[in-house]
Write a protein that binds this ligand. Structure first.
Ligand code: HAX
Length: 436
């Protein structure tokens, strides 16, 4: 057993009595109320999910295990010469809340190396799909195709509830170890004439991904940064919630994560990174080679709004300030590509879009989210096929949602089953001023 798994087991045993006590002694304590606009309007802000892995504050943004993004990057171990921590060390941190030593992180690297071989049939399945399938269809299909490998599923009938986490953790590690190769395969198969670069598993996850993508340094650090930034955003977002929901039926990690990816593929969620680049490319085409001004950007943003569409990369269901994941990527750009024309244009949009959205007066948050900035970095390093960007998000998102479903099983979280009501009931309660 790795030190991570042993530590996780200790943490789970320490934690379980807290959840049991809350349920048994305080189960009827009221923590929230539900209004009609929340019921019709996508359950915004209703407190009905629990996770200790990350917490999203509307003002300060995401904290992973209590740490802000810069604190997380500073605290975790890095390889010699690297600017960002390894994904392996972050996995340890998300699961346990503790900063691993370099040796503990290396042990995870070795563990992932032993789990990394992708079954050959996965590549056959991918090759059988139409080549113009969206890369997210390919990723989700590849994950689902591997469901027969699930250790949880194989062991299910012989397991006791308290043991469910163990094989869920095994499935999570197996999946995480394989995802970079699957994602890189999709990229090289779809866009590089099937010229596949075999993995080098002596490298950590970020560096090996860069190697398999065929992109030189510092793309290894871009991959580490990108996967960590996109990992988790507490539990209510569509991809995290879907993964949790599906896993709550005791569907295994393959079923659950594949479903989560399908949610991530929506334009209001992870696909927004693709939409941002598409918007920028269409804008540049309209500019026809001329240097864009703030007035041009403003006019284009209004055109988008007036045609009834959203400005991709702006707004958020929880955040009410610039997304710190946006800021973290902007700082990377300021350091590595300060004069890049696309970066300059994205900055210009940042200066103009919040004012336009505020003037329009609909959105509760006119500030950029993670997706407004992420494509620029990928484009700069040669990854210009922007319909691939959500796959990168998906590999990162796996870290968070797989850590979460491992803990879901450890704490015995129940089958999710909220209650629906009818419109007539809402009308009746509206007339009476409440349901009581
Ligand atoms: N452009 C135009 N209108 C916007 C907007 C934007 N960027 N953001 C919100 N609005 C509109 C909403 O569509 C809504 O309009 P209606 O009343 O006509 O339905 C109104 O403003 C109120 O919305 P809100 O309460 O501020 O925001 P929501 O919680 O409903 O939605 C979204 C949050 C992220 C879906 C929304 O801001 C949006 O559509 N943004 C653009 C797409 C995007 O960037 N998505 C990625 C979000 C981050 C993420 O999940 N990454 O994966």
């Amino acid at each position: 057993m790795t030190r991570l798994k042993a530590r996780l087991q200790e943490k789970i045993e320490e934690h379980r009595p807290r959840t049991t006590r809350l349920l048994k002694e305080f189960g009827k304590v009221v923590i929230d109320e539900v209004t009609i606009d929340q019921c019709i309007g996508g359950a915004r802000d209703i407190k009905c999910l629990v996770t200790d892995i990350s917490y999203l504050d509307s003002q300060e943004g995401i904290r992973f295990r209590g740490k802000l993004i810069p604190e997380t990057f500073a605290a975790l171990p890095k390889l010699p010469g690297a600017e960002y921590p390894t994904v392996e060390s972050f996995w340890y941190f998300l699961l346990t809340g503790e900063i691993p030593t370099a040796e503990e992180a290396e042990e995870i690297h070795q563990d992932f190396k032993a789990r990394a071989k992708v079954p050959a049939y996965v590549f056959d399945v991918l090759r059988a799909l139409p080549k113009d399938s969206h890369p997210m269809v390919m990723l989700s299909t590849a994950v689902l195709a591997m469901q027969k490998e699930s250790k949880f599923n194989k062991a299910y009938h012989s397991l006791k509830k308290n043991d469910y986490w163990d094989t869920t953790y095994e499935d999570a590690c197996d999946l995480l170890a394989k995802l970079p190769e699957i994602a890189a395969f999709i990229y090289r198969y779809k866009y590089k004439n099937g010229d596949i670069i075999p993995g080098n598993y002596e490298l950590d996850m970020g560096a090996n991904f860069a190697h398999m993508m065929g992109i030189a340094k510092p793309y290894d650090d871009v991959a580490r940064m990108y996967f960590i930034l996109h990992s988790d955003h507490e539990s209510g977002n569509v991809s995290a919630h879907t993964t949790h929901l599906v896993a709550s039926a005791l569907s295994d990690a393959y079923y659950a994560f594949s479903a989560g990816l399908n949610g991530l593929a929506g334009p209001l969620h992870g696909l927004a990174n693709q939409e941002v680049l598409q918007w920028i490319m269409e804008f540049q085409t309209k500019m026809n080679g001329a240097e864009p001004t703030e007035e041009n950007v403003k006019a284009a943003l209004w055109d988008t709004l007036n045609s009834g569409h959203v400005i991709p990369g702006y707004g958020h269901a929880v955040l009410r300030k610039t997304d710190p994941r946006y800021t973290a990527q902007m700082e990377f750009c300021q350091k590595h590509l300060p004069n890049d024309p696309l970066f300059k244009l994205v900055n210009m949009i940042y200066h103009v879009a919040p004012g336009v959205l505020t003037e329009q007066g609909k959105t509760k948050n006119p500030w950029p989210n993670v997706d407004a900035q992420s494509g620029v970095i990928q484009w700069y390093y040669g990854l210009t096929e922007y319909d691939f960007y959500t796959v990168l998000f998906g590999v990162g998102r796996a870290i968070g949602v797989l850590a979460n479903i491992t803990w879901d099983r450890a704490l015995g979280y129940a089958l999710e089953r909220p209650k629906s009501v009818t419109t007539a009931m809402l009308e009746d309660w509206a007339a009476k001023g409440g349901s009581k």
